[in-house]
Design a binder for this molecule. Structure first.
Ligand SMILES: [Zn+2]
Length: 302
């Protein structure tokens, strides 16, 4: 593990590695370079998304159909409506634009992020080397659901993937103040810099994410499983990655069907029931498609 020197080591002090040389003649330059790269990747995290959203203005034809997909017909497309969405749905316009950039495959099968990354070489999209590094990593990013596992107020938080329990360290000062353990985040988690000695990169929430109360995690998973089961009717090996690649907007459909003011478990039951009817799935067929034994089957055998 590479260890960053504590701040109290002076340039002329002996290096912490025990070489006997002065810090400035030994590990200082390499460690300063690492810190500088970390900092610049963090800055790129802030500057890249606005550039992508700006570039989205060049694909106006994609807006209306994508808008209908994301909002499930709840709102009628229009530029005025897009502005209103930031109030009627928490940061709705921003959430939509982020999803449009990361998730919507256009006629050529590529997302806007893919297209921009491919355009960098020919000078079609102007980014610095740090933004470029992030842009290439961002090609894999899609809208996904996470549960807040731990919050370090004013520093960051740990998110657990609702789909596969993978853990992510998120350095988001704002989110660490807004979120509490157990709450659900539906958003775009983007990798940025890797801290010295860390096994995994630090993540950020790109753009706006939807924030749900802690009673929603289980029901959102159940709702998403309906869609995974539906895909498995055609593609038996379909994974969660396939699900979000094909229809990540259904996660937002769950979000916008929830009551905004107070908790209501019956609403979530209805969302799932409607989803099952819409996809023509029964509880039994979902269990079979997901390779599960229903609890009632076990009881019957007693
Ligand atoms: Zn040294």
């Amino acid at each position: 593990m590479v260890k960053l020197a504590a701040k109290k080591i002076g340039r002329n002090d002996p290096c912490h590695c025990g070489s006997g040389r002065k810090y400035k003649d030994c590990h200082l330059p390499a460690e300063a370079a690492v810190r500088s790269e970390q900092l610049r990747l963090r800055q790129a995290q802030d500057t890249l998304l606005p550039k992508i959203i700006e570039a989205a203005q060049s694909i106006p034809d994609e807006f209306p159909p994508a808008f209908d997909r994301f909002w499930n017909g709840k709102y009628e497309y229009g530029l005025e409506q897009l502005e209103k969405l930031n109030t009627v749905e928490d940061r709705g316009a921003e959430r939509f634009l982020t999803w449009l950039a990361f998730d919507v495959c256009q006629a050529d099968g590529r997302t806007l992020v893919d297209q921009l990354d491919d355009a960098v070489e020919s000078g079609g999209f102007d980014v610095d080397p740090f933004e470029r590094q992030l842009l290439t990593q961002w090609r894999q990013v899609r809208l996904r659901p996470y549960v807040v596992a731990e919050v370090r107020r004013g520093k960051g938080l740990s998110l657990r993937s609702l789909f596969d329990d993978a853990m992510y360290e998120v350095a988001d000062y704002g989110a660490s103040k807004r979120l509490s353990p157990g709450e659900v985040v539906v958003g775009h988690l983007t990798p940025a810099d890797t801290a010295p000695g860390a096994a995994a990169p630090t993540y950020y929430l790109a753009g706006a994410a939807a924030q749900l109360t802690d009673d929603t995690a289980e029901k959102l998973l159940e709702f998403a499983e309906l869609h995974l089961a539906d895909m498995r009717r055609r593609a038996p090996d379909a994974t969660w990655d396939d699900m979000v690649n094909e229809r990540s907007e259904v996660l937002n459909h769950f979000v916008i069907a929830l009551p905004q003011e107070q908790r209501d478990p019956t609403v979530m039951e209805r969302i799932i029931a409607d989803g099952r009817i819409g996809l023509q799935l029964t509880t039994e067929s979902v269990a079979a498609l997901l390779g599960r034994v229903l609890p009632s089957d076990e009881e019957e055998s007693h």
